[in-house]
Design a binder for this molecule. Sequence first.
Ligand code: PEP
Ligand code: MN
Length: 630
Amino acid sequence: MIIVLEQKVTEEKKAHIRRFLEKRGYQVREIVGEVETIFGAVGTPGIDLREVELLDGVSKVVPITKPYKLASRELKKDDSVVSIGPVKFGGGRISVIAGPCAVESREQIFAVAEAVSKAGAVVLRGGAFKPRTSPYAFQGLGELGLSYMKEAGEAYGLPITSEIVSPAHVEMMASYVDAFQIGARNMQNFELLKEVGASGLPVILKRGLCATIEEWLMAAEYLMAHGTDNVVLCERGIRTFERYTRNTLDLSAIPVVKKLSHLPVIVDPSHGTGLRGKVIPMGLAAAAAGADGLMVEVHTNPDEALSDGPQTLFPEQFEKLMRDIEAMTPVLGKSLEHIPRRKPFSAARKPADEGENLAAFQGVPGAYSEEALRQYFHESFQPKACRHFRDVFEAVASGECRYGIIPVENSLAGVINENLDLLLRYPDCRVVGEKEIRIVHSLIAKPGTKLADIRRVYSHPQGLAQCEAFLDTLSGAERVPFFDTAGAVAYIAQQEDAQAAAIAGGGAADYYGMEVLKEGIETNPRNYTRFYIITREETDETGGREPNRMIMVFSTPDEPGALFKCLKILAEHGLNMKKLESRPIHGKPWEYMFFVETEIPGRTSYEAAVEQLRTASEDFRILGSFYTRK
Ligand code: PEP
Ligand code: MN
């Protein structure tokens, strides 16, 4: 049952309710949500729910109708975020696990770890105890394999996971792995589930070869009932009559499970298809279907692999898969998880303590900038709304917020010049990352409003312009320009105007208790906005990776070929220019600063180019550098 606690319940009352339930044989979990705190009580004692409802501090009691309780969405409405080492699964991330089917040697696991970490995998996989169909096939290196894998994981900063096949291995394996993997063949090995669950370590739970979704969730329930809250479900294909693929990868299970359970769901397209050529398309399809991540088999020499070679990707194929997923993330509204390696603030410039975890954006809550900020930082930073772009820079420069996010260009409307100018005016603020989101406009109105009633539509002029074709279908509706999109929603929420609507992102409707009348009303769906992440420090937001993109700004002497000379330096050092903008220099009519974004192929060529540019140009400055997959 779910016990919803009163909003201001005291710790004392909570302890009393917990004692009451535990004494009657229930297991109790506290779940703190955004709106309410609940106790989930599971077990079989038959008591009258009214007895619980009468307890002091209880607001209401709701029975859980599903046979799985702790894993159920009824118990927990928000998505669970599961941590494996420093890496997170769920909550808007796509987290990718990769590695060989089996650990074969120290050299092999090191080589694969290097390749997959370079391509962006965040967890290293590898079997040490292989449950093979034939007793004569390679059975794995056992504990020695785990020790090689632990070493390789540490060398490349990757947490590791490996399959456990026997309850007797729990203690030994717990000293090596960051997460247990329960294989398809063991999904209903209940003694194993109990022991693994009791270890408290995170678990990746594969779906059994012939398991229904409910049986799979019941297996998760076993793990959770015995002590771990950190379960990642993994769809890996089920047995059907089809024999062309090794299994039938059931991607429809993803939206089904996401509705039934709060647990993250990942997909293993390697075992799911059994064929290398099918892994990339099905991996992309899994991401499109809403998977929170992938588990992929990769080997530096798959043709020599001791197990599952035919379904194992070459490192270059894995790299392509990662690039393609990254390209999909703006459409999915997610971000690819990377290993967080954050440098602490330097003591001299430390902001107020609370600023440590704040990130500033311009606009009111529900703005697209806030959406970008959430997709980039997830729950690790609190958004702070600022009125103007300048305020975002101020908040970062003063140390009030550790980070800021600023839009720099929209794929339809072009560059946001004000922010380029502000980058010049705030030399303390450096660009350390970028985030691209897809702009999906919605028509938002008060709950109960009908499309036919709308007479006035408020939005930022850009929002109105980008939805022109749709607005033409609302005959006679006046278009009212407003200072920002989410601000328009906030405004009509306060008005007594039953004929008003606003155009903004769907998030604004949730925030102001309004209703989306129609989603995706933009004329051109290929509408993206790119943001820069700014901070005062050279932090390691790039996930410890060498930056491969640099933004610089300079002016040139007033002479023939001056800009050409600077660009020639880029060309000579192999720095591929991705963007060139010019902005007027304030106070110097008809003189310009040039903003250049370039790829950095390697440290030496980059340093040599910068040195030459400093002499060839005037006022040369680097505005920042970061890692991007583009
Ligand atoms: C594996 O991932 O190594 C494995 C054996 O997978 P499954 O249990 O899904 O067959
Ligand atoms: Mn395998």
